[in-house]
Design a protein around this ligand. Structure first.
Ligand code: GLN
Length: 194
């Protein structure tokens, strides 16, 4: 049985994630309500604007249910703003900006600079074997610390950009924006257990 894979769809780049899931043979679904979240067995938190996303989570009363699911070990993949939400601490966030402490990393919001400093890079990811992974960074968070229990799966110029701790995978880039679906497949097969 394929687990129900939800994509948080309050804001940001959720639609492309659903396309990539489809390409991987998985029918993901959009999550906007607590009921939809409750039915979810694996979750993708997309890129977008973390300050807005966290506000919307509160407005729609998804924040506490999400915190519980994460604490219970739900397989979760956070990309860019999604990484910020899952981190254990944020610098340059909005004052008091909540993060869910699902992976032991400290991130600096917009740590690579502003929109104009967006860039692409080829990453070497052992776990994906073969060809380098093309990664698109858009106002990306910079990982300033990764704890001992965090597996760094890829670095860019020495800085971790793809990290995993148990059921939680995070990337500072946008893996849904290229045609390469290997990272989604890694999440689905190796973490979510499809
Ligand atoms: N800078 C954004 C934030 O703080 C993240 C950018 C992105 O997700 N592409 O949420």
């Amino acid at each position: 049985m394929t687990p129900a894979v939800g994509v948080l769809a309050l804001q940001g780049a959720f639609a492309r994630h659903l396309d990539v899931l489809r390409q991987c043979g998985v029918d993901g679904y959009e999550i906007r309500t607590a009921e939809e979240l409750a039915g979810c067995e694996a979750l993708i938190i997309p890129g977008g604007e973390s300050t807005t996303m966290v506000k919307l989570l509160e407005t729609f009363e998804l924040d506490e249910p999400l915190a519980k699911l994460l604490a219970a070990g739900m397989p979760t993949f956070g990309t860019c703003a999604g990484m910020i939400l899952l981190a254990s601490s944020i610098s340059d966030g909005r004052p008091g900006q909540r993060c869910f402490d699902a992976i032991d990393i400290d991130v600096r919001r917009n740590g690579y600079g502003r929109q104009i400093n967006s860039f692409e890079a080829d990453l070497h990811v052992d776990e994906l074997g073969g060809a380098p992974l093309r990664a698109v960074f858009i106002r990306a968070p910079l990982v300033e610390r990764a704890g001992d229990d965090v597996e760094v799966l890829a670095r860019h110029e020495g800085v971790p950009v793809l990290c995993r701790q148990g059921p939680v995978l995070v990337s500072s880039f946008h893996p849904e924006l290229t045609d390469d679906d290997r990272l989604h497949r890694y999440f689905l097969e190796r973490i979510a257990g499809t």
